[in-house]
Design a protein around this ligand. Structure first.
Ligand SMILES: [Zn+2]
Length: 406
């Protein structure tokens, strides 16, 4: 470990950053309470807050009546309009462009369909020009833009520069996406893995004082996850924490996976895999309920909801597929419980909005876990709502870390 000193600028950033985090987490408060929270003298707080008010980052608001003498204290708060972050989220076949305020409120978002294995060199100019158009159409003041957050599927390099492998979203490997977008837009860019960005957004909105140790599981295109230890997201030595979707579960004859292997958890337990497996057994005799729905809306339109409803109504073959998927996922999560002993497992993705599936999963999760574990398993309070916010919040987080100094 290398030990380094702090210069005055870094102390200033640290103090301003702490003030922003406390106000974001706890809401408006007096200078006095902020000083107590930060362990600084009232004089130091007055100086810090004064500067930040002058810059427009903080605002003075309501008066707070304190004490018997009727002394009044002014509350200070973060000004959510003080900055705007742009966001680019890249998944396989999809790019989501967005802009958020400092409190994560979405100012615009637009989904663009792209080809799988997209050529990044050709995709980038398209992203940049559309983002510029959206910024103009939504009358966003360029002066207010604090940066651009990038959230991308797959493995990013530890320094946040390269998309090492996006597992089918982009054609290129080891692509310097951050620097290319920074050069093309002129905005400061920060890049993160998409699941970690969603998890960071979840923590941003939950405003919990102590993030504790949590495991965030996201099932959408595939199965992704992220782990926090004492409030900090853990990356792992090769930036692959926590890719539980690629734990091998079928030893021989498993289906090919997007990662290049076969038989991964994702190939039997992801929403895509459940749908594929259910369609493979679709027949008027074996799966009469699902068949009836197919006759009405067409094979291509069969959704995960239709599959769960067919299983619930007695299609045994479909029920087996769903049970096998829930069992495999629960088994992986039980390993997490025993290995990490997290305080909470957060479930994120549309399949967790399906009561039938969720009850199967929770039942499997309880099987064989002793009562000594205090893990809370719950669906995200912002389920399916964080995609539009996550990429922009990557830049907002960086802005908070820098104490709002651009
Ligand atoms: Zn895999």
């Amino acid at each position: 470990m290398q030990y380094r000193g702090d210069n005055l600028m870094s102390v200033k950033r640290t103090n301003r950053s702490a003030a922003m985090r406390i106000l974001h987490r706890s809401g408006a408060m007096s200078r006095k309470r902020l000083a107590e929270n930060m362990g600084l003298t009232p004089a130091a707080i007055t100086k810090i807050v004064g500067e930040m008010i002058a810059e427009g980052l903080l605002s003075e608001g309501e008066m707070l009546q304190t004490g018997g003498a009727g002394r009044r204290e002014i509350l200070i708060d973060l000004n959510p309009d003080a900055g705007i972050a742009l966001g680019v989220l890249i998944n396989t076949g999809q790019v989501l462009l967005s802009a958020v305020r400092l409190d994560g409120q979405v100012l615009f978002s637009e989904e663009i369909t792209i080809a799988p294995q997209a050529d990044a060199d050709r995709l980038l100019p398209h992203i940049v020009s559309r983002l510029t158009e959206l910024t103009e159409q939504n009358r966003i003041d360029e002066e207010k833009i604090i940066g651009l957050g990038i959230a991308v599927r797959g493995i990013c390099s530890a320094d946040g520069e390269l998309v090492v492998n996006s597992f089918g979203a982009l054609q290129q490997e080891n692509y310097p996406l951050r620097a290319r977008l920074e050069k093309a837009t002129g905005f400061h860019c920060v890049m993160a893995n998409n699941v970690r960005a969603l998890f960071a957004a979840e923590m941003f909105f939950s405003r919990e004082e102590d993030g504790g140790s949590q495991f965030f599981l996201r099932c959408e295109y595939g199965i992704g996850a992220a782990l926090s230890i004492e409030g900090k997201i853990w990356h792992g030595v090769t930036e692959q924490c926590a890719e539980i979707g690629h734990i091998p579960v079928i030893r021989r004859g498993g289906k090919p996976c997007s990662c290049g292997k076969s038989g991964c958890l994702e190939t039997i337990a992801s929403p895509g895999a459940i749908r594929e497996d259910a369609l493979a057994v679709l027949s008027p005799t074996e799966t009469p309920n699902l068949w009836k729905i197919k006759e009405k809306k067409g094979r291509e339109e069969l959704s995960l909801s239709d599959i769960f409803s067919a299983a619930q109504n007695g299609d045994a073959a479909v029920g087996e597929i769903v049970d096998r998927a829930a069992e495999a996922l629960a088994s992986a999560l039980k390993s997490v419980i025993y290995l990490v002993d997290p305080g909470r497992i957060v479930l994120y993705g549309r399949m967790f909005d399906e009561p039938y599936y969720l009850s199967r999963l929770i039942a499997e999760m309880q099987e064989g876990v002793d009562s000594g574990h205090a893990v809370e398993v719950k669906k995200s309070a912002w389920n399916q709502q964080l995609e539009k916010k996550a990429a922009g919040l990557v830049a907002v987080e960086e802005f908070f870390n820098q104490g709002g100094i651009r």
